[in-house]
Design a protein around this ligand. Structure first.
Ligand code: KG4
Ligand code: ZN
Length: 355
């Protein structure tokens, strides 16, 4: 049985439930998506203007089995064909993570399959592996609703955070500013679209752009934006929404691109991977493409397609392929770790932590 399996293709069933997307995927050999079922809760979370943890958990409970069955059916595989089961065990909302972890543990146990624990942020980076092979050393820019980090990867499975946000994450800033413009949550895509019709006339601050580190801060920009809008309201003036969106986005892009490009030059990497929900931003993508073509044409810029930038199970399956082959395994004791970090992570430490 085991021998047979080793001659077969490697198939990983992967679960993701760290925030407001329940997703289950089947990934072959870490680079081919056989299925990637995503049940989004955006419509119900919209009503609250953000993610309510209890609402998220309830949705995950309702969706996880349906998504798993659908993922297996779409991939046209049976449990006996699987090589391993993988799951996001952090970082994220504890109640949300627990649903995926419990489901993955149950399936791994019932079918006697190895269980591979995956860090959600590693998953975002390895989404790029579904596009093309990764060549190390590389830098990954992780820009999502919860994170803004520059990660140095010397080799597969090794992560060192060289820059982080001191306050709000980039996506969080997009969402908060969107609320001031009465845009529904999550507002990133809507601001991106509005920005295309406007120009940077407000010249908002570019926090920490000249500092000699790779950290970010977006709360000052958020406050400047909110004050500008509120002051205008008090004067009974209405500001051009498209120009506000374009000005906000220009400030975020300037800081992120300037600091990341400095890191790219300093670390002498082969690739720059951009990942996470904000990697879907069209202005950010275009600006990186220009900068790299102009200044570091030898660096390969890899961005997953839009559907793989947001949370999804396939990216967890892609990361799990690397960890599985490095021997990372969890047992039935695996628990959700809401504050899990992958800083200074190596395959050996990962193995230790997942116990
Ligand atoms: O990675 P993700 O799906 O979930 C987290 O793990 O956080 O990222 C969601 C974030 C939200 O803040 C959303 O507003 C932002 O990604 N986002 C965008 C765009 N599309 C989604 N931000 C800017 N421009 C976009 N086009
Ligand atoms: Zn995410």
């Amino acid at each position: 049985m085991t021998e047979n399996k080793s001659q077969q293709r490697e198939l990983i069933l992967a679960f993701e439930s760290s925030c407001d997307e329940t997703s289950v995927a089947v990934v072959e050999n870490g680079d081919t998506i056989l299925s990637n079922v995503i049940a989004s809760q955006i419509n119900s979370q919209k009503r609250f203007g953000g993610v309510v943890p209890e609402v998220a958990s309830r949705h995950h409970v309702e969706q996880v089995t349906i998504c798993a069955e659908e993922a297996m059916a779409q991939a046209d595989v049976t449990y006996a064909d699987l090589t391993a089961v993988a799951v996001t065990y952090g970082p994220g909302l504890v109640g949300a993570l627990l649903i995926g972890v419990s489901a993955a543990k149950a399936i791994a146990f019932a079918h006697q399959l190895p269980l591979v624990p995956v860090n959600h942020m590693a998953g975002h980076i390895y989404a790029a592996r579904l596009v093309k092979p990764l060549t190390y050393p590389l830098l990954a820019l992780l820009v999502s609703g919860g994170h803004t980090e520059i990660v140095y990867m010397r080799a597969a499975g090794e992560f060192e955070i060289i820059g982080d946000t001191r306050d709000d994450a980039a996506g969080e800033a997009f969402d908060k500013v969107g609320r001031v413009l009465n845009l529904a949550y999550p507002a990133g895509k809507k601001i991106d679209d509005l920005a295309k019709q406007g120009t940077d006339t407000f010249n908002f601050p570019r926090a920490m752009i000249k500092d000699d580190n790779y950290d970010f801060s977006f709360s000052g920009l958020k406050s400047a934006f909110i004050n500008t809008v509120h002051n205008a309201e008090q004067r009974g003036e209405e500001l051009a929404r498209a120009d506000l969106a374009a000005s906000f986005q220009a400030s975020v892009i300037d800081v992120i691109v300037t600091k990341t490009m400095r890191a790219v030059r300093e670390y002498g990497v082969n690739q720059l991977v951009m990942a996470g929900g904000v990697a879907a931003n069209s202005g950010l993508r275009a600006r990186f493409q220009q900068e790299i073509a102009a200044h570091t044409p030898n660096v390969d810029f890899v961005v997953p397609p839009l559907r793989l930038c947001g949370d999804n199970g396939a990216m967890i399956g892609a990361a799990a392929h690397v960890f599985y082959n490095q021997g990372v395994r969890a047992n039935g004791q695996l628990n959700a770790k809401p504050g899990l970090s992958f800083d200074y992570m190596t395959p050996e430490r990962q193995l230790e932590l997942s116990k």
